[in-house]
Design a protein around this ligand. Structure first.
Ligand code: SF4
Length: 286
């Protein structure tokens, strides 16, 4: 089977950096202290399993905020995920005398710093993001009275802020179409608002590469079904070719390949190369 790999795929810089910091923490843990990750490091079971094998324990959210999840930890080292956390989480870590490794993506830190600087200047912040997402939780909890989370046009229309100074920014992963609609409405309501684009192009670059390079008879996306960017890649692939989302060789079905000569292969921003490589090796032998 001929397999064409899409040029832009796999870990984004933020996820790669976070994982490297976890490995480094494991390596330097000479006292053999328990190591916890506060929430999922990335949306991929394969990675969670690998980390588990190294003895790294992932504290599951189960609808809890990170401050509540900390109740499960009394000693050891806590790894904060790339999504970032609120200052309150760090305060509790210090109070409990817990060591921590902060893997917050520098891209998210930049937005956070902007927000803090505008709050100091007396602005209210409108944050376009998602409910119940660790990234928005970390941002909103900086100052829940002054940072207003907007996730839909309905919420935008019912928002009323009594402040001339408005700063608008976004979560890193927001659908472009929705963002444009919300921004248009917000700018009508608050024409003097200052806007900072916090969208990270890592996922859009992967989507554009797939659109430009998809070829052959079938497309395989490597990623977890719980990963939204993996699902998005599958949706895009399906617009051109039959496209399957798999997270292991075992999930691949031979009957998909009847009459298939060329396969396009891509992977999500939370998929390790090791996994994609194993699927590539399998496909070329078909
Ligand atoms: S998608 Fe972008 S913001 Fe999110 S971790 Fe990756 S590089 Fe950072």
């Amino acid at each position: 089977m001929k397999v064409i790999k899409v040029s832009k795929q796999g870990f984004c810089n933020g996820v790669k950096r976070a994982l490297d910091l976890v490995f480094q923490t494991v390596k330097e843990n000479q006292k053999n202290e328990p190591i916890y990750i506060l929430g999922e490091l990335m949306n991929n079971e394969f990675v969670s399993h690998k980390l588990n094998e190294l003895g790294v324990i992932t504290i599951k959210a189960n609808s809890r905020k990170r401050v509540e999840m900390l109740e499960d930890i009394t000693s050891g080292i806590v790894i904060l995920t790339a999504h970032g956390v609120s200052p309150e989480v760090k305060k509790i870590l210090d109070k409990k005398n817990l060591k921590y490794v902060d893997t917050t993506c520098p891209f998210i830190n930049k937005t956070e710093d902007k927000i803090k600087s505008y709050l100091i200047k007396g602005y209210d912040v409108i944050y376009i993001g998602k409910h119940n997402h660790p990234e928005s939780e970390g941002i909103i909890d900086i100052n829940p009275n002054k940072i207003h989370l907007i996730t839909s046009l309905d919420e935008t229309n019912s928002l009323s802020i009594n402040n001339e100074k408005i700063f608008i920014t976004t979560q890193t992963t927001i659908r472009e179409k929705l963002l444009k609609e919300i921004l248009k409405t917000l700018m009508n309501h608050y024409p003097n608002a200052v806007y900072y684009d916090g969208v990270c192009n890592s996922t859009t670059l992967r989507q554009e590469a797939l659109i430009n390079e998809i070829t052959g008879d079938l497309c395989i996306v490597v990623g977890d079904k719980i990963s939204s960017n993996a699902n998005e890649l599958q949706k895009i692939g399906n617009q051109y070719l039959p496209t399957y989302l798999v997270n292991s060789v075992e999930e691949i079905k031979k009957e998909w390949f009847e009459g298939v000569k060329v396969v396009t292969l891509t992977s999500a921003a939370s998929t390790p190369d090791e996994l994609t490589d194993s699927i590539y090796e399998y496909l070329i032998k078909l």
